[in-house]
Design a protein. Sequence first.
Length: 383
Amino acid sequence: MNVHAAVDSRWSRLARPSGEPIRLNHQRFVAIDRHCDAKYEATYRPQALYNRADEGFHANHEAFLLHEVSTNLPIYREDTGPTDFHLHLPPGGFQLVMVTSGVFTFDYDGRFHHVGPGTVMLQSAIVHRQLFYTWSGLSTEENLRTPQSVVPEPMVMGYSAKFLEAFITDPTSFPNPTIVGPDQINEAETPRMAWSHLLHDRPAGAGFWLQDPLALDALYKPLATTSAEGSIHSTGPVHVRDMGIEAPSGHLVTGHIIATDPKGHVLLPKSSSGAADVTSFSKAEVVIYRVIRGSAEFRDGEGKAIELATGDVVTASRDALQLIGIGDDTQILRLGLLSGMERLCQWTPTQRDEIDGLAGQIITRQEIRPLRTEGRPIGYLYE
């Protein structure tokens, strides 16, 4: 079904990224991005405001970017609405999305995914677009203050759609070609394009991944008191959710949610199959914590206490930071950057521009489907 087309001769020099190697920061460091200092900018599309964790990004040799994406305009305006069909080609093909409020519809390779708070999606070079999102009608200032969650709570689902997004390196430094422009999309037809060529350095085993927040593998398990992390101070039990992204990412990144219930109220969907397995925590060369809601306390390598509130991010090298306290009704995203990232290289500016310039010409196969939700995916990474 997926037969690689012969690569055009003009692509030969673009077969793989040939720029500088990616290097994580192995020196002891701790970098904090405070939400009170956040800058929300409409960097890519007018309906979305981006808040980047720049302090951590720069301290970690600009190897990994985490930002918050906040929908801020209604979908019915002429300059907003659904996006075009496009691709992202970060090193390793790594793009992570975790929805934290509202509801989205994403179209990945012809398949609709209706997703809400707590849904995790990881994808590698798939033709996709954002088709629908919710907007609360609040002012920008009010909208940026609405609560977020990784549990599909009815109230949070009613706010404007937001998600946390992560890439290896900066989106401006790698190709993001538009495959089908918004004016060329015919909604009455269902052609989907698969990109089948060699312009990518996707790690072996990497693939598309979607984890529903209520799926069995997404249920929260208690943090064992006998584990290295079991000494975290909290008034109630601390639970962990494994986002399951290590294998689908090609063993580049691990992902977990560390969370507590509100005092006197059960919120987290829990598993009864034993304690959380946190052995992968020790694999990380660099770790990133983002407080989605609530509060947390850390201790750095010199014994200094660091308190984080909702929206704060801390990025640190191996053994430079320890989570020691977590408040009630707290949800923390933990990403561990693994050594495999350093086997990747960046795209050069020339490669980036040439691939972006090819746009729809790089599609090598089309397939018409009777329904968007039928048929197996045709993206090359599914071979």
